[in-house]
Each structure stands twice: as C-alpha cells, then as structure tokens.
Write a protein that binds this ligand. Structure first.
Ligand code: PA5
Length: 451
C-alpha cells in the first residue's frame, strides 16, 4: 500500500552499499520486533495495533457522534505529539473548504432535520476542529476566544504529562472561559492524559471531566492512533476504523522478519542511514498535495525528535510543491549539496480536473488542454525529480495508492516503524527526547518555577 521507488538514489551510493547493509538492517528490525533495542519499554505504539482494542474505538466513536450532534467547535489543546497527528490526518482527509452548512448544528441545513429537542439527529455534521495550546501567543488565544463567542464549544485538552506550559496555560484561560459561558462546562471538557499522574488528573478528580488515557508506553510523537489523535479525528467525521486498521495491516506486514530487502519501510530507513554516512545531513520531505503538508509536519516531529540526538541524525524538513519550488526551488537545485529528498506522492490524488481547450488560446495553454490537473502535478513531480537528481540531490519517492483513511493509517505506521529501525541503525535511542526537556528546564527557571 506504500511503495518506495528508490531507483534515482542508487547513483549516489557506493556499489553494493545497499546489499552490504542488509545484515545491519535485519538486526535493527529484529531488535524492534523482539523488544531488544533501546527504549524497549516504549513500544506500546506497536502493541496497540497488534492487539486492537475495539471497545475503545467504539467509545471514541460514540463520543465523536455526540460532538457531531452538539458542538459547533471542538477546540483541541495540545502541543507536539499531542496535536500534530490529529491535525495531519484531519488536514489530509477533510475537504479544503467545508460547506458552512455542514459544520454548524445551528445552521439552516441542520435545522431541517432537528429532532423535538432542537438537537440535530444527523450525526454526520462534524464540528469545526480548532487547535490551541501549541504556542504562547496571547493574541491568538484572545482572537480565538472572541471568535468562539455564541457558538457551542467543546474542549479536548491533550497532555500526557499534564504539565506542558503552553497547553496548561491555554487550558487555564479556556476553562475559565467555558465556565463563564456554559452551565454544563464540565460535560463539555474532555481530557486525554496519563492514566494517573499529572495536573489534568487532579482536575479530572475535582470536576469529573470525561477522560481518555494515553498509555504510558506510547510516546507523544507515536500517539496519533491512541485517543490523542483518534478522538479529534473521529469528531472531524473521519472513519477511524479504516485509519486504525490501515495501520494494523501495515504493522502486520512489517512484523515479518524476512525478506528485509523487499520491505519498503526498512529500505527507506536503510537508504537514509547510508546517505547520512555519505555526509547528507538533511532530508526534505516534498509533498505536492497541500492536504499532505500536515503529514509532513507530523513526520518532521517524528523523525526530528527520534533521531536528532548524540550529534547525529538527518534534519527533517517539509516542503510543499509546487508552491515552495517558487521559494526554495533555487536552493534545492543549486544550493549546498547536503540534502536528500523524499517525495510523498499519491497515485490517485483526487485532482482529475480536466483542462478545457480555449478557442483563442490567448494564454497559450492549449498545449495542456485535454489533460487534467493531476497530469500537470505528475509532470511537475517527474520534472522536479529529474532536475534535482541531475543537480546532485539523492531522491526517492514514497507512493500512496490514494489519500484515504486506510492509506493514511498505513503511512503513519510505515513512518513509525521506519524511524524506530533507523534510530537503531544510526545508534540512537529513538524513543526519548532529552533535548526537549533541556529547553523546558531553562524556560521554567526563567519564569520562576522552582523544581
Ligand atoms: O513527542 C513528544 O513526546 C512531545 O512532542 C510531546 O508530545 C509534547 O512535548 C507534549 O507533551 P505533553 O503531551 O506531555 O503535554
């Protein structure tokens, strides 16, 4: 379901590099499967796919159906792994421009099938999903709360530790705002956090909020397929079963031990490690479909936090073509030759908009008449790949069949497995993030928190 085309990269690697690497790759893969590598107590992201909890998925679906009936807006508070996965999947799988009628229980379309209580009986209208708590902008929060006035708001605060400053502070403002406006504020707040510890559990005990648990053995950046991601994604109207089981089938197929050389997630990890050895320090993930940019931001965190330690790892960076070809294209073609490029493409990108012929051809575009915008995207991809390869950028392509829930689920696990194997290959602990803790310590000290 996710296919790697690595042909263009071979000219950048020494002969036999890939075949010589197979024993190391097989060993890194085996250590992951057998739980023998660094951080083997943090493999819950695999376990939850190997032993699916359908009752949990059902519970999340029921909460999401309730939100779709009662909420105009689901406001998700979280940062890093506590929001990037949800945002990635929602951006990939929901319309660019949702119809205004489709997202408001109070709209005319909703009124048409309201039941006797005045509540919509149609569970298919998703609330608008908004995010906060992922930075410290006071202006953003003020404008957000102003914009929410008069709407039916529910809140999902997501923090494994419960102590992350950005999220906790946003929640302090939002909680007060909710309590000032809704008599049933406690029923409108859902927390997603550690099973027992942290400030959110204290609030849960006091206010009796609905709670979902982030398993202890799942790190933030690997948590998209736990309630962290699944609740907002389901609320957005996405079929979380297809998403989840897409990941399950990728997990099952990558849980085979052999043949290593034909498992694309392993080859992806292997090629990256070889290029790193050759002095390529940076990986650019290039998407052509704007809806996939959020997947790139999620990938950026997954790879950056998992690999960037002990003074090694490729620096991950996402670009969106063709837009960014008009800003970074020059650098990609002619700048320092230190980056590799991974194109993330969909065989069916859903963009089959036929280009009409024009009688006068004043814009000189009749040469593409009769093709579609998907054909233009394909031409742009093929041309960019050729030009960048010729310009000295080792490039590979990951192909999804289409951008649907099942394929996105498969892609999420593909990257999770690849980064774990890649971490073992380059000799780092893929599941900790000591550098993030360093910045937090310094920030807290300056703000006066005593530890
Ligand atoms: O991947 C990670 O572990 C981090 O990005 C965390 O998700 C992020 O720092 C937020 O942490 P928390 O969920 O504890 O608020």
């Amino acid at each position: 379901m996710i296919r790697l085309d690595d042909a263009p990269v071979h000219e950048f690697l020494p002969d036999d590099a890939l075949s010589d690497q197979i024993p190391d790759l097989a060993d890194a893969h085996r250590r992951l499967l057998d739980g023998e590598g660094a951080g083997s107590d943090m493999l819950g992201w695999r376990d939850l796919l190997l032993n699916p909890d359908d009752a949990l998925i059902e519970d999340i679906e029921a909460t999401a159906a309730h939100l779709r009936r009662d909420a105009d807006v689901l406001l998700c508070l979280g940062i890093g792994g506590s929001y990037l996965g949800a945002r990635a999947v929602i951006d990939a799988l929901t319309p660019y421009f949702p119809s205004p009628d489709a997202s408001s229980p109070g709209s005319e379309a909703a009124d048409a099938d309201d039941d006797v209580d005045g509540r919509s009986t149609d569970p298919s209208r998703p609330p608008e999903i908004l995010f906060a708590g992922h930075h410290t902008s006071g202006r953003y929060l003020r404008e957000l709360l102003d914009r929410l006035e008069g709407t039916s708001v529910y809140v999902n605060v997501i923090s494994k530790s419960g102590t992350t400053l950005e999220t906790a502070l946003a929640f302090r403002f939002v909680r007060q705002w909710m309590e000032d406006r809704f008599a049933d504020a406690s029923d409108r707040i859902i927390i997603t956090t550690d099973p027992e510890t942290g400030a959110l559990n204290a609030l849960h005990a006091e206010r009796n909020y609905k709670k979902y648990v982030i398993p202890r053995d799942v790190g933030g950046r690997f948590s998209v397929l736990t309630p962290v991601g699944l609740l907002p994604i389901a609320a957005a109207g996405i079929d979380i079963r297809s998403l989840f089981y897409g990941a399950v089938s990728m997990c099952e197929s990558l849980s085979r031990r052999e043949p290593v050389a034909s498992m694309d997630a392993l080859r992806y990890a292997g090629i990256r490690a070889l290029l790193l050895e050759q002095g390529y320090d940076l990986e650019v993930l290039a998407v052509f479909e704007p809806a996939l940019r959020g997947v790139g931001s999620w990938w950026q965190q997954l790879f950056g936090e998992s690999e960037g330690k002990d003074n090694t790892g490729l620096f991950p960076s996402v670009v969106q073509y063709t837009t960014d070809l008009h800003s970074l294209g020059q650098y990609m073609q002619d700048g320092q030759r230190t980056m590799m490029e991974t194109f993330l493409m969909a065989e069916d990108d859903g963009g089959d908009l036929d280009i009409p012929a024009s009688e006068d051809n004043l814009d000189d575009l009749n040469y593409v008449a009769g093709t579609s915008l998907s054909d233009v995207t394909r031409g742009a991809y093929e041309g960019t790949l050729r030009a960048h390869t010729d310009g000295g950028v080792p490039s590979i392509t990951l192909w999804m069949d289409r951008i649907d829930a099942e394929s996105v689920g498969a892609l999420l696990y593909f990257f999770e497995h690849a980064v774990a194997v890649s971490g073992y290959l380059i000799g780092v602990h893929p599941f900790n993030q000591p550098g993030v803790e360093d910045y937090k310590r310094e920030m807290y000290r300056r703000l006066g928190r005593d530890d």
